[in-house]
Design a protein around this ligand. Sequence first.
Ligand SMILES: Nc1ncnc2c1ncn2[C@@H]1O[C@H](COP(=O)(O)OP(=O)(O)OP(=O)(O)O)[C@@H](O)[C@H]1O
Length: 689
Amino acid sequence: MIAPDWRLQALPGVGERSVQRLHRLNIYTLADLLLHLPIRYEDRTRLRRIADLSAGERALVEGAIAWSEVAQGRRRRLLCRISDGSGQLDLVFFNYPPKTAERLQRGLWLRCFGEVRAGYGSLQMVHPEYKRVKPGDTDRLSEALTPVYRSTDGLHQKKLRSLVDVALELFAQHGQDHLDGSMLPESGWPGLLEAFQQIHRPSPETDTQALLEGRHPAVQRVAYEELLAHHLTLRRYRLNLHAAATAPVLDGGEGLAGQLRDTLPFELTAAQLRVDSEVAADMAQPSPMLRLLQGDVGSGKTVIAALACARAIGSGYQAAVMAPTELLAEQHWRTLSSWLIPLEVELAWLSGSASTAQRRSAMQSLAAGRAGVAIGTHALFQEAVEFFRLGLVVIDEQHRFGVNQRLALKEKAGSVEPHQLSMTATPIPRTLAMTIYADLDVSLLDERPPGRGEVKTVAVSSARRDEVIERIRGALLEGRQAYWVCTLVEASEELDAQAAEETAEELARELDECTIGLIHGRMAAAEKERAMAQFAAGEIELLVATTVIEVGVDVANASLMIIDNAERLGLAQLHQLRGRVGRGSSASSCVLMYHGPLSAVSRQRLEVMRETTDGFVIAERDLQIRGPGEFLGSRQTGDLGLKVADLSRDKALLDTVQRVAGRLLTEQPDVVEALIERWIGEAQRYGQV
Ligand SMILES: Nc1ncnc2c1ncn2[C@@H]1O[C@H](COP(=O)(O)OP(=O)(O)OP(=O)(O)O)[C@@H](O)[C@H]1O
């Protein structure tokens, strides 16, 4: 602990209202205050001569009031001219309190801080901060640059500054630096207290740009400690979990899993066999499995999930399969039904489009233990779904669920902890995965099932749209199917849906001999399902879609994809979309159609897409081009709850974070506890991360 009482309420002058306001800024403890970094700095350490000022800068000046007057006009304003002997500056106040005009009388010596602007014939400051001082009294000038923080209504900069002051003071008195030089990635970094002082109270010579951009060693030092604390929290969580015998031992399902393998229409790949045995070994343990299955698009993750379900059911337990969208849940339901119903497994389908009666009957069959597998979207599982004996949870598309959802799920299983298998089609570079998913074991499906056609990718300008249309016509005439993906153009789903509708109409005119279908996020679940089913059955030849089809959609006969406005998408999303073709044996193509001149980043992305179809290579390149923010989606990085560290800016720190974390966990558990306590807080705060 840094201070005896670390809550905000314990601070002098902090009442319930201030606490509420601080919460709005995500500040819950004194540590959070220290991690609330300035967004800019102001220099109030030295007085400037008025003659030296120029418009646009913020400066501290002083001078005697030469005259002041109330100017009537469209808006009444108080004008007050000060002079320091070198020059003159006008102070302008609108809507000023009546007392101000009385107070600011000729002859008074004022010290002002504000932004200098060009006025009529002279420089001015509008609404400067000001105070009366004695001429020449420079003793009380600040010694450090003045930080400006992101704030909220009713919480003034002054108040925030004084709270940070108190936090710094308490840290200086009670705070301990737990990391010695050998645990830091670089020598010469400041200690923690010094780092906070340099950030919140920098000396006038400090390179503030480096501070604001996070390159400064002081910010790096804090970011490093924050990353370390997060990583330790996840690793400790995993260690504790492994030590606890709270999960059911699911080792009785080999028979059912074997039957499933025998009835599949294909042989498992070597990678699938390996991952299946990793999963089986975990499930046979009395500590809960927390495994992340990373498989590139089309690598065959669903069958791994099905085998895991079979193992749970064969051991007398139930499984839940959760998907991020209705569309995907529906697809899982179709696939798993076709594989498991022949083995006499009952499935409960918690569809959003099912009638209340159907839903109720599915829930009853789950509660009574008749249904072995429940399938639905994440939202549906949050409702009052009761299980008879839940032993396994499969979560598809890991990166769409934050850490909290991961943890909240456990509650469904009562006193036992279900085994958990997460699946993601977004390959995550190793260092990143190890840092942000340190609580999970990772399995890789790094092999595509045999017999898949190659996907050729081209980038074309929208000026060549006519050629693209002809290409679609050709493919459809050969009996193939195609996707036309409209990417996010408008800020709203509604406008996007509209744009997709218009595109579909346009294409219907241009390709009038073809059957064209439409699917977008604003359609009712049942309508979407119908469109998808028709496409899967070959009744629709060209499917115009928004990015709702990004994940999971699996139609082997579709061998051409046009991505319109491809320059707007990140690599991960492009890769996902492209993964919808090349799922059958015929050769496929993906046309990335771009509009207008390309930015350097877009050009690089399209090049990467042309060069490779390997998701892991793409992920690495994505990280190089843009960093993990875009790569994981801002939600995911946001969900990590990092305040200072930035995974893309600070990726060079991650190796040391892992190495030092390993050492601390084995050699200095007390330091581990202290770091977690200080930066992450107690177990319930972990839930908020
Ligand atoms: N070993 C295999 N041999 C042949 N086909 C396979 C094999 N494994 C899976 N498949 C088939 O490959 C297709 C893709 O599998 P699946 O939908 O599980 O992929 P995925 O990993 O979920 O991909 P995505 O993330 O892109 O949706 C399915 O039609 C599936 O039946």
